[in-house]
Ligand binder design. Structure first.
Ligand SMILES: *[C@@H]1O[C@H](CO)[C@@H](O)[C@H](O)[C@H]1NC(C)=O
Ligand SMILES: *[C@@H]1O[C@H](CO)[C@@H](O)[C@H](O)[C@H]1NC(C)=O
Length: 267
């Protein structure tokens, strides 16, 4: 009888216990850490331009990171779209990203602003997205980006406990505001100007030294750039322009995990 009571009391305590935070709050990454790397990141897809964007990146031998939703612009579990390779389901898209070496990451299931949600709702958003990605590629993402970049201490704690790393950005194309690639390019043009190695050399230093042809110095900056493969200009115009610029300047275009020197993109 005594033992039974004890067991009952323990059950009550356990069922009322607040969630155990076994892990630290999620780490937030806003930039790459490996010098000279550049992570192209695309949010909110997959959508009808995504298949051909993946093909383009593959032809260019560039790896990018896709922060995908399950139900945002399309229902990934059930919808399909016409591509240059015929009709493809969105689950095929997720498999194509992964098999091509791009990083598949989570942007939540329905693109809810996480600071508006309860802890249980955040857990549902993350687990539903993780389950869908698992169904497609038999991997669970370890990297996520909170919709609109919105988070607070509670969000960070919950995401950390679920085993996620959080990814923000340091260069924002604002392709979701201006649907014009020329306008979206400006933030990158400015960043390239700011860190052009030649611009760091003073005119006096140039004139006091004899002319020697040196190899172009590699860029030392490293960036995480925010884009969205749901706005018509981004896949067909902005990203090809950016890839050309980055190649000319010697940046290494990698996934987010690679630009952080992390060998584990998945949980
Ligand atoms: C994607 O769908 C939108 C909305 O129907 C359409 O305007 C756009 O042209 C489509 N883009 C592609 C690449 O099919
Ligand atoms: C895009 O923006 C540029 C620069 O402001 C402008 O010259 C161009 O006409 C715009 N293109 C469209 C299609 O609006």
């Amino acid at each position: 009888m005594h033992l039974l009571l004890y067991a009952f009391a323990l059950l009550v305590v356990l069922s009322n216990a607040s969630p155990l935070y076994r892990r630290a709050p999620a780490t937030i990454h806003s930039t790459c850490t490996v010098p000279g790397t550049f992570a192209i990141t695309v949010d909110d897809g997959p959508y009808n331009q995504t298949w051909d964007l993946i093909k383009y990146l593959n032809e260019q031998n560039v790896h990018a990171t896709f922060f995908i939703n399950g139900k945002n612009w399309v229902d990934v579990a059930t919808d399909s779209t016409l591509t240059s390779d015929g009709e493809k389901t969105y689950m095929d898209h997720v498999r194509f990203m992964h098999s091509s070496g791009h990083q598949v990451a989570s942007h939540t299931f329905t693109h809810q602003i996480l600071t508006d949600l309860t802890e249980d709702e955040i857990i549902d958003e993350m687990n539903m997205m993780s389950d869908l990605i698992y169904e497609a590629i038999q991997e669970r993402p370890r990297y996520m980006r909170p919709p609109n970049g919105a988070y607070d201490d509670a969000t960070q704690a919950t995401l950390g406990n679920l085993g996620y790393e959080m990814v923000l950005w340091d260069l924002d194309s604002k392709d979701y505001i201006n649907h014009n690639a020329t306008v979206n390019e400006r933030v990158f043009v400015q960043a390239f100007k700011d860190e052009d190695p030649k611009a760091q050399v003073t005119p006096a230093a140039i004139s006091s030294k004899p002319e020697v042809s040196k190899p172009t110095p590699l860029p030392t900056g490293s960036h995480i750039a925010l884009m969205h493969d749901v706005h018509y200009q981004t896949g067909p115009e902005l990203i090809p322009w950016l890839v050309g610029q980055l190649r000319t300047r010697g940046y290494k275009m990698t996934t987010v995990a690679d630009c952080l020197d992390d060998p584990r993109p998945y949980q």
